[in-house]
Design a protein around this ligand. Sequence first.
Ligand SMILES: Cc1cc2nc3c(=O)[nH]c(=O)nc-3n(C[C@H](O)[C@H](O)[C@H](O)COP(=O)(O)OP(=O)(O)OC[C@H]3O[C@@H](n4cnc5c(N)ncnc54)[C@H](O)[C@@H]3O)c2cc1C
Ligand code: SF4
Length: 523
Amino acid sequence: MEASRQYDVIIIGSGAGGGTLAYKLAPSGKRVLLLERGDYVAREKDNWDSRAVNVDGKYQTREKWRDRNGKELHPHTNYNVGGNTKFYGSALFRLRTEDFREIRHHGGISPAWPITYEDLEPYYTQAEELFHVHGNRGEDPTDPKASAPYPHPAVSHETRMQQLSDDFARLGLKPFHVPLGIMLDENNSRTSKCIRCNTCDGFSCLLNAKSDAQVCCVDPALAYPNFTLLTNARVQRLETDSSGRRVTTVVVERNGATEKFSADIVVVSCGAINSAALLLRSANDKHPRGLANGSDVVGRHYMGHVNSVLMAISKCPNPTVFQKTLAVNDFYLGSKDWNFPMGHISFVGKLDGVALSAGAPAIAPGWTLDLMAKHSIDFWLTSEDLPDPDNRVTVDRDGAITLAYKPNNEEGHRRLIAKLESLMKQQTKCSVHGHECHEGLFARNIFVGQRIPLAGVAHQNGTIRFGHDPKTSAIDANCKAHDVDNLYVVDGSFFPSSGAVNPALTIIANALRVGDHLLERLH
Ligand SMILES: Cc1cc2nc3c(=O)[nH]c(=O)nc-3n(C[C@H](O)[C@H](O)[C@H](O)COP(=O)(O)OP(=O)(O)OC[C@H]3O[C@@H](n4cnc5c(N)ncnc54)[C@H](O)[C@@H]3O)c2cc1C
Ligand code: SF4
């Protein structure tokens, strides 16, 4: 065993939260250690191979968890430098102003946050700069007020998506360009880092042209001599002093050996499920229910969104290469005929037959998977799930994870799907082909829908909620543990409610906010 080594700050996990915080703290001159259980994602042709990625799960963890019935669960999650941002679709949304307040849903209450949208706004602006976000401010009818335009112009729609956008607009909707973190320069394809390919969402970018936490944050932080990254360094538990008020030791397994590190400040950022598991595994005499868990909320209120993929299949092929440019938020907060939030309509990356074979959707009669994929437009629908204390992460005596989850607030999601299907049926024949096909929107489509199962933990959040009251939250408004003086959490676990847009930009913005607080504290 090696001797303890002392740092000013130790950050555990290099994803959206931890990677961003590392970037923020590295220029301070303070000794910062970033511990990441995974390695760099290898740069190789398989990065863009649908079979390797979607069927073989080459880059996913092989870890097995259990669901609430004790059934084995293979989580679709990634342990590597940059965390899940290496594989994300880089749709970088701000939460809506309303998401920070209490909202009544059909299925119950989405609780208010201890900070307002205005508190986070300056950090959203910095986050959009740092992650090269492309967008068009003001197109989205639910867009919150922003203090600056997007740093880069919106990524254009390909012909089919533009047509769909026009059709939606004709039906009275306000379709908009998805804010995207890709380093695409459409005015100069020769020098653009991004080549606008069909293997972005769910894939790691072979060209390092996706704005992920490795490329935008961790690699730049490495330029500072006071910053250290240790990969393949899995934190096993945190130990405290005898008062229980201070984390003294970070116990790490690296290259088969146990190593111990110490720091004035320890920041946990392992992703919402693994951070909760780490605190629960770190129970001791002073923290019998788990570290920083006097409130008994650690691990509880797991949220992951109610997500579906809906394939709309029709006679004409959909030749779109980069599909994830269009979104619709008209039903985010409700509609004239239903006064509860429904959610967000967007797209996944263009599906192919190989990807479909991994998910095994219902096959439309008379179609092969390949043909279905060639003729489909592939929607992604997200609705908010509500924080239920019984939806929770627990660990057994060996530290293995159980993720117990019962879906809730599903009526809004069902209505969102019905809305979309009915919108798509409101078109008559195709003006180009004269028959029922994609080109003229969606006369009589076949719809193949699939709910994302529990293993799809991409949007995990909520398990170490922040709040003012130590009885109902584990961390305070600065994301410091109520019960421990030098422990912080900056991944997606701080969300008290999940909103219905993708979470990463909010995690990034919050890490920048907590970074400012830490810089002041370290001064
Ligand atoms: C396929 C896919 C598509 C997505 N698309 C989008 C999108 O378009 N837009 C969006 O906003 N979000 C998207 N997401 C979600 C987004 O990636 C996450 O919200 C975000 O990465 C979460 O950040 P985090 O810091 O909470 O955790 P992560 O990014 O998961 O980082 C956690 C890190 O901690 C490390 N770690 C875990 N345990 C330990 C330990 N014990 N010791 C040391 N290190 C540890 C992990 O290896 C990992 O690197 C997508 C996710 C996936 C998987
Ligand atoms: S080249 Fe562009 S579109 Fe392709 S994976 Fe990289 S960032 Fe995504």
